[in-house]
Design a protein around this ligand. Structure first.
Ligand SMILES: CC(C)(COP(=O)(O)OP(=O)(O)OC[C@H]1O[C@@H](n2cnc3c(N)ncnc32)[C@H](O)[C@@H]1OP(=O)(O)O)[C@@H](O)C(=O)NCCC(=O)NCCS
Length: 146
């Protein structure tokens, strides 16, 4: 049984463990001060960051972090799903699917215009999941570090 809910103060320890796993997956190390700032925003209801936690059989199993923003193309806000991660020991059991479906349901309820996300072209496992929701579009990302 998978349940997806808002991020809470009591999730901090579990989230840090999952966040470390997410960093390992991307072979990166987000600086501690950035992680702490992210955490503060996840706990701030006024922040544009939206943290969601998936629980499987009462255990924290994964998370999504999204950013809600304005758009010049729509009247209502659009949601960028920035981070998605499932505990490696709990994969393949529908937790990732539940985390995306949760954002779709939340967005419909709150009147967002769109939900979008990016992934590496070769992230086959994630793409199999994503393709079951919607077809990827033809946009390519350009990113300049400032
Ligand atoms: C991508 C990820 C979030 C998927 O989470 P998950 O809980 O394993 O996904 P689900 O169990 O909901 O699986 C959904 C689909 O993924 C695919 N899938 C599941 N297990 C799989 C496996 N062992 N091998 C290949 N594909 C698999 C299937 O298409 C499945 O569809 P189904 O629901 O019809 O069976 C998870 O693998 C993950 O955290 N990966 C590392 C981080 C990452 O890639 N994040 C996304 C960055 S954009």
């Amino acid at each position: 049984m998978t349940l997806v809910r808002e991020f809470r103060e009591t999730d901090v320890e579990d989230w840090r463990r999952l966040w470390d796993g997410y960093n390992d997956f991307y072979e990166t190390a987000v600086p501690d001060e950035v992680t702490e700032y992210t955490l503060r925003r996840l706990l701030d209801p006024k922040s544009a960051l939206i943290g969601r936690i998936a629980e499987k059989d009462g255990r924290v199993a994964g998370f999504s972090i999204s950013v809600l923003h304005d758009s010049t193309w729509t009247l209502s806000q659009t949601c960028y799903l920035e981070d998605l991660f499932v505990d490696p020991t709990l994969r393949g059991a529908g937790v990732g699917r539940a985390l995306i479906q949760d954002l779709i349901d939340l967005g419909r309820m709150r009147g967002w215009s769109q939900l979008y996300w990016l992934t590496r072209a070769n992230n086959e496992r994630a793409r199999r999941l994503y393709d079951s929701f919607v077809e990827a579009d033809a946009f390519v990302r350009y990113r300049l570090t400032l």
